[in-house]
Design a protein around this ligand. Structure first.
Ligand code: SF4
Ligand SMILES: [Zn+2]
Ligand SMILES: [Zn+2]
Length: 310
């Protein structure tokens, strides 16, 4: 068994020549997140931080490390979970989340698709696929983003933390590229929405430079109780195909994901400038008042299409 680069202990982690024991890996992980928070100014002392959590390993790692940072810097924070209504999956992760928040005394709010849109994801997924040709993850993504933003705003949050990691970002980049949605890439990065609109709570990603496998190891070493099983709908998503391809690429070319995201960060300011110049003025949704680019926001349009509105 290999030994840690920094001490004599046995290694638990190895990546591109960096070999670390448990203690040094945990230190490396937490330091990397702290550096990201500081480099990109993700938080200010007056922030009210809302941490989006689901009970999965990424969200618990984001919740734990953000909590540590906020406590050390006297920044107020709370957790927010969305219950999409995915039987046999979300109910379990929410149980884990409740236990976690109780153990660390973190205030937790939970809102559901059922109460916000009148139906669970399980109830609408077949209809969305059959009548709108929309996959469950598309529906879930639109409703989830909207619920997070609306609820975080209603609870007075000034920042919304998500558990997105380096793998998620690399996947999004590649998906947008393959689908020709370059403008969507302009709204990626460690912090987004700072100057967008007062209806939009800026989103920050402290785990931006953390690999998925590092999050997994962190959750394991910290003995977080998490279900490692996946959402049953993931098999239908384009993201899963891209994820598998990227993992294959990373195996052949270690560091590929970092390379991709770092190269993207170099051109991100140009992308933002380009699309900001082209952007039409924000308008407000005629149905709910949220910021949107047309007359009605994506969530209200989807509610209409799925005949969820009464
Ligand atoms: S895999 Fe798709 S349906 Fe499941 S929680 Fe994620 S976005 Fe929602
Ligand atoms: Zn060590
Ligand atoms: Zn709306």
């Amino acid at each position: 068994m290999a030994k840690c680069n920094k001490c004599e202990q046995k290694a638990v982690y190895s990546n591109q020549g960096l070999v670390l024991c448990k203690e040094h890996f945990l230190d490396y992980f937490e330091t990397k997140i702290e550096k990201t928070i500081k480099k990109y100014n993700l938080f200010s002392p007056s922030d009210q931080v809302c941490i989006a959590a689901s009970g999965g390993k990424d969200s618990l790692a984001a919740l734990y490390t953000t909590m540590q940072f906020c406590k050390e810097h006297s920044i107020s924070f709370f957790a927010l979970a969305i219950d999409e209504g995915i039987g046999g999956y979300r109910d379990h992760t929410l149980d884990d989340l409740r236990n976690f928040c109780q153990a660390y005394e973190i205030p937790l709010h939970i809102v559901s698709f059922k109460e916000q849109y009148g139906a669970t994801l399980d109830q609408i997924r077949d209809k969305a696929l059959a009548t709108l040709n929309k996959k469950p993850c598309t529906v879930c993504g639109i409703f989830r983003r909207t619920s997070l933003n609306r609820t975080a705003r209603a609870l007075g949050a000034t920042k919304l933390v998500t558990g997105h990691n380096l793998d998620d970002e690399a996947q999004s980049l590649l998906m947008n590229q393959l689908l020709g949605n370059m403008s969507h890439n302009a709204s990626l990065g460690p912090i987004t929405g700072l100057s967008a609109n007062d209806k939009f709570v800026p989103r920050v990603k402290p785990l931006y430079f953390i690999l998925e496998k590092e999050t997994r190891l962190f959750a394991f070493l910290k003995k977080f109780k998490v279900e490692f099983n996946e959402c049953p709908n993931i098999n239908l998503s384009f993201r899963m195909q891209v994820r598998d391809q990227l993992n294959e690429m990373e195996n052949k070319l270690p560091g590929a994901k970092h390379g991709m995201v770092n190269a993207f960060l170099e051109i991100l300011p140009l992308l933002k400038k380009h699309y900001q110049e082209k952007k039409t003025e924000f308008s407000y949704c005629l149905e709910c008042g949220d910021a949107c680019s047309g007359k009605v926001c994506n969530a209200c349009r989807l509610e209409e299409e799925l005949e969820l509105k009464d």
